[in-house]
Design a protein around this ligand. Structure first.
Ligand code: AMP
Length: 215
């Protein structure tokens, strides 16, 4: 399947994407994960993205389209992809439309994962992430078995730099200003599915029901 997962930071895009990859071999493509890996490796890309990321601002559309233009042409994308955290602005959505036309592909749907702001704030402040494999934990509801150590790969499980209260507030404002308008964009394109995301499973159920209906 080829999906865009839209939704505020902390809406559960990454968790849903990871569950979907197990269904049909589609790959999860998270621009946030790609950028964090670049920052950790100290590459040129990482250096260009680091300050904006730390403040909870967006990195430039050009930088993101440079990454995605290459990434979507890789072989593992042939089985399908779940775009997690991309596109995040109208110019990125426009550029993606052109890119997909060029490579002769169409999206199955765009899923808007809706979660109340208070739930998101609580989730983000309690979220912890493995810096090696990206596995997501929560100090209250899903802590790693051994504190600070990933159950899956043994890597360090930490609070992200951009999950301080100040950066979270900024990320939510940036989302409302720059990313929320994508809902209207994809509504016009005719492939938007809005899901009230009480649990990740309810999102998966809504997606599979729509995929079945489209068959
Ligand atoms: P995420 O893990 O998706 O929350 O992304 C973490 C940070 O990476 C964001 O707060 C942005 O600074 C940057 N980022 C990730 N994806 C994008 C994108 N599509 N456009 C611009 N900045 C992005």
């Amino acid at each position: 399947m080829k999906l865009i997962l839209l939704g505020a930071p902390g809406a559960g895009k990454g968790t849903v994407a990871k569950l979907l990859t197990k269904m049909d071999g589609s790959v999860q493509i998270s621009t946030g994960d790609i950028l964090r890996a670049a920052v950790a490796a100290g590459t040129e890309l990482g250096k260009q993205a680091e300050a904006a990321m730390k403040a909870g601002d967006l990195v430039s559309d050009d930088l993101i389209m440079g990454i995605m233009g290459e990434r979507l042409k890789e072989d593992d994308c042939k089985a399908g992809y779940l775009l997690d955290g991309f596109p995040r602005t109208i110019p990125q959505a426009e550029a993606l439309k052109v890119l997909m036309k060029d490579i002769g592909e169409e999206l199955d749907m765009v899923v808007d994962i809706q979660v109340a702001r208070d739930v998101i704030l609580d989730r983000l402040t309690t979220r912890r992430t493995c810096t090696d494999c990206g596995e997501i934990y929560n100090v209250k509801s899903n802590p790693p078995k051994e504190e600070g150590k990933c159950d899956k790969c043994g890597g360090p499980v930490v609070q992200r730099d951009d999950e301080t209260e100040e950066a979270i507030g900024n990320r939510l404002d940036v989302f409302n200003e720059q990313t929320a308008p994508l809902v209207g964009f994809y509504e016009k394109e005719g492939n938007l599915v809005s899901v009230d995301a009480t649990t990740s499973q309810s999102v998966i159920d809504a997606i599979t029901a729509r995929l079945d209906a489209n068959k």
